[in-house]
Design a protein around this ligand. Structure first.
Ligand code: F0G
Length: 450
């Protein structure tokens, strides 16, 4: 039933629905439980763990020239459900910076704020940390075609890793709703790009049906092997913080794979006694695409009377990466919020846009979805959930060049919100920075600068 791992332990796939808890071997090509339809997760049984030795080993690998050690995901391979000898598909992902952001901290009302910039991955988003493991698993399973639905980043990442593995790749994206930079990546990496009518949720439904075909392997974050790679970011972050757990960890929420992965990553680190406590995990959603935040409001974590998540039919946000109304991994993300006494809240389009610009003033660029974190932290500080002196880490998920149109429109005052039944309204940014047209002579330039 189980398979030997790099850690010396074993692992299997288990249904997260407690009443079911069905188990499957790692090499079964599944996305949901065959018995009850629940989400699956990898369960690892680590054995003979010497946490001090693992920390030393992970740190020592930084100086190694081996491909597996250069990757900021496979460097932590003792946490991953793969035997040591498997050939990996890697683009040297992970190893992303943790920045201090004093201006953003001041904006939020904090004495300090750190930004874990997952946009500094090979294809410019956090997706690479999960794609390396999911595409490695695809190769192990003998898949010939890999597919995903995407708002642009998953598809760019999959296209790149599929190209590395020489697998055929098809991506389904909502037509006209993906930034041209992200689309350009998928085209260049050679994926078949299928633009479909509808939104991300429509595309997601279509790929789930498509993946019933045995020759096609689905690598959206419903795939538990994606989550396994993404969870290693918790270990990398802790290593960067000398294993001092932050009080709060704040992530954007879309399809909710990333928050699920952080939840799993931190829980495992605690089980392994690599850390003593968990950070509070807060998830921030855009106001017009916030099904989990609405669910949170209805089911406060202290209560037990949970109902089902109500999907949003027609999600709306200019942060197109998280324009999602029916997140597939919501139960896992919800469990992580409950376990860590976290919150789920919404931020407005203006709040996202200004937060993005203030992050920029620290010399750190990110895409709009990532900036929900700083906007959310500001609200949590104002509400007294986060105290000014506490240690806070925000996860930036995508690179600024993923959506340059949004950035220039913001600074030119051309970013507009379309709400049903209302005329389009421009967002008035607090930190706009317009370019100035000037004659090419010294006097004019000096006048413009004065
Ligand atoms: N930030 C960025 C930049 C993203 O691309 C995404 C998701 C998220 C945050 C939300 O993460 O879905 O794990 O909750 N992008 C997916 C995509 C949906 O297709 O690229 P999540």
């Amino acid at each position: 039933m189980t398979q030997n791992l790099s850690s010396g332990g074993n692992a299997l796939q288990r249904c997260i629905v407690r009443a079911c808890s069905a188990t499957y071997r790692l090499n079964e090509r599944l996305y949901t439980c065959r018995r009850c339809g629940g989400l699956l997760e990898v369960e690892s049984f680590f054995s003979g763990v010497d946490s001090a030795e693992w920390r030393r080993l992970w740190s020592a690998r930084r100086a190694s020239l081996e491909t597996k050690d250069r990757s900021g995901v496979w460097r932590y391979r003792e946490l991953l459900p793969f035997p040591n000898h498997v050939p990996i598909v890697s683009l040297a992902e992970g190893n992303t910076p943790l920045y201090d952001a004093p201006r953003a901290a001041g904006y939020c009302g904090l004495s300090g704020l750190r930004l874990k910039h997952q946009g500094c991955n090979p294809t410019g988003s956090f997706k690479d940390t999960g794609m390396t493991t999911a595409v490695t698993q695809a190769v192990l399973l003998g898949a010939r075609t890999v597919v995903c639905a995407s708002t642009g980043n998953t598809s760019a990442s999959l296209a790149a890793y599929a190209a590395r593995a020489e697998l055929a790749c098809a991506i389904l994206v909502p037509e006209g709703q993906v930034s041209s930079a992200k689309l350009a990546q998928s085209l260049d990496y050679g994926a078949r790009v299928l633009e479909i009518e509808g939104n991300f949720d429509t595309a997601m439904r279509a790929v789930r049906e498509l993946s019933e075909d045995e020759s096609i392997y689905l690598v959206n974050s419903i795939n538990p092997f994606r989550i396994e790679g993404q969870k290693t970011v918790a270990a990398e972050l802790m290593e960067q913080m000398d294993w001092q757990v932050p009080d709060h960890l704040v992530v954007p929420g879309g399809n909710l794979g990333n928050s699920s992965a952080f939840g799993k990553g931190f829980s495992e680190l605690r089980t392994l006694r690599l850390i003593k406590r968990l950070p509070r995990l807060h998830i921030i959603q855009a106001e017009g695409a916030a099904p989990l935040a609405h669910y949170f409001d209805r089911n406060h974590p202290e209560q037990n009377d949970e109902d089902d998540l109500v999907p949003i039919e027609n999600p709306k946000t200019l942060a197109t990466a998280i324009k999602i109304g029916a997140p597939v991994s919501w139960q896992k993300a919800w469990a992580a919020v409950r376990r860590t006494n976290g919150q789920v809240l919404t931020v407005t389009e203006s709040e996202i846009a200004d937060a993005k610009a203030i992050i920029g003033r620290d010399g750190i660029g990110c895409e709009p979805a990532s900036a929900t974190t700083v906007a959310g932290i500001r609200k949590l500080v104002a509400q007294g959930v986060i105290a000014g002196e506490e240690s806070v880490v925000a996860v930036l998920t995508g690179h600024i060049l993923k959506d340059p149109d949004y950035v220039t429109k913001y600074h030119l005052g051309q970013l507009t919100l379309d709400r049903e039944g209302e005329a389009p309204r421009p967002i008035e940014g607090k930190f706009t920075n317009r370019p100035t047209r000037v004659q090419a002579d010294v006097a004019s330039i000096l006048r413009a600068l004065s």
